[in-house]
Design a protein around this ligand. Structure first.
Ligand code: NAD
Ligand code: UD1
Length: 344
């Protein structure tokens, strides 16, 4: 049984589909602060399987203990948390509370319930402004905002937890830029308010909810001047979690290799695309023209960021399969079929 915190969210719901399809039983623990229970109804429709749903908050240790015991979980995937960079600058304490305190309470509850395996959602944001590209896992860590620092702190807490208990099995996954949706068109990203991220914004322009895209700067030192990122299909990302669970299960405790029970792995494609590349690919698959305006650079943005994905291939046997066109096509299928997201 896999205990999935934040399982109703964007990446969590796609991971639940892959878990159920792979034959795992799943319990979702979510406070629905940034998601809809409808996502889980649809996960069950896609897979034809049931999952257990427990509404609760990760900062509530006793609720976590009760839920872990009820579910008889033997591993946890921890997605729950807040993720808006701008908001983390204006409400840092809230971010440290949900993210750092939430992770701490979860680890305590796991200890009480003798659950030793955890896969954690970290982010490429922990690297900050890249010193070199592509980014390998040993790139220096220098997050530039409270959201990024909360992820970095949780990573350190996990590494310390492993140092104190080498029977723990920990996989820290650093996601690059997750986009796209399940190819059923039933689940996808459903941002509240104005989307911060590029692809959901483009999707809302394409569907007519917004007038035009602002391109934040076209004077970066990239092939066309616009920012370059490593976009990764959310289904590829979800499958990365299944591979991480399998890799953790296969670690031999007799191996006596101090680092093997706690791994940190990039999940990206290794390929960078610019804002203009994404816009053109989206226009192609949707058949819609996406009006845009060039605007000043967004504060805190970097020119380019993409992963070296080799370690994931070596230790997880995982490689991204979907290309940019598939990411845009699946995003568009979700957005055009659900113009208001999960709200009917
Ligand atoms: P999301 O907001 O769609 O999902 C997060 C889920 O956690 C939501 O269902 C929300 O209701 C729940 N939640 C939030 N705080 C909670 C709490 N205190 N207790 C219980 N549930 C809580 O976000 P997502 O895009 O699916 O991201 C999942 C994880 O991946 C997050 O930790 C995020 O920081 C990380 N991540 C996301 C991205 C991205 O671009 N989407 C990139 C890198 C890392
Ligand atoms: C953002 C977060 C980062 C997080 C990542 C993945 C910030 C500063 N950083 O990064 O911490 O890990 O998402 O979710 O928010 N763009 C536009 N117009 C838009 C939106 C974006 O031109 O309306 C451009 C950006 O300038 C950037 C690219 O599109 O060059 C991608 O932006 P975005 O999707 O927000 O991702 P990141 O900047 O990588």
């Amino acid at each position: 049984m896999i205990f999935v915190t934040g399982g109703a969210g964007y990446i969590g719901s796609h991971t639940c589909v892959e878990l159920l399809n792979a034959g795992y039983d799943v319990t979702v623990f979510d406070n629905f602060s940034n998601s809809s229970p409808e996502a889980l109804v649809r996960v069950q429709r896609i897979t034809g399987r049931k999952l257990q749903i427990i509404q609760g908050d990760c900062r509530d240790r006793s609720a976590l203990i009760a839920a872990l015991q009820q579910s008889r979980a033997n591993a946890v995937i921890h997605f729950a948390g807040l993720k808006a960079v701008g908001e983390s600058v204006s409400k840092p304490l809230n971010y440290y509370d949900h993210n750092v305190v939430g992770a701490l309470r979860l680890l305590e509850a796991m200890q009480t319930c003798h659950v030793q395996t955890i896969v954690f959602s970290s982010s490429a944001t922990v690297y900050g402004d890249p010193v070199y590209l592509p980014i390998t896992e040993d790139h220096p860590l220098s997050p530039t905002n409270p959201y990024g620092r909360s992820k970095w702190m949780i990573e350190e807490i996990l590494r310390d937890a492993y140092r104190s208990d080498s029977l723990m099995r920990i996989c820290i996954l650093r996601y690059f830029n997750p986009v796209g949706a399940h190819d059923s068109g039933l689940i996808g990203e459903d941002p509240q308010g104005i989307p911060n991220n590029l692809m959901p914004f483009i999707a809302q322009v394409a569907v007519g909810r917004r007038e035009h895209l602002n391109i934040w700067g076209n004077d970066y030192s990239t092939h066309d001047g616009t920012g370059v990122r490593d976009y990764i299909h959310v289904v590829d990302l979800a499958i990365g979690h299944i591979r991480a669970l399998a890799a953790l299960k296969n670690i031999n405790s007799a191996q006596n290799d101090q680092s093997s029970g706690c791994m940190t792995v990039n999940l990206g494609t290794g390929q960078g695309y610019s804002v203009m590349d994404v816009l053109r690919a989206y226009e192609k698959v949707s058949g819609c023209r996406i009006p845009y305006q060039i605007a000043p650079r967004r504060s805190g943005d970097i020119a380019a960021c993409y992963a070296d994905p080799q370690l994931a291939s070596q230790v997880l046997g995982w490689k991204a399969r979907f290309d940019l066109e598939a990411m845009c096509r699946d995003s568009w299928r979700w957005q055009s079929g659900n113009p208001s997201g999960y709200q009917q």
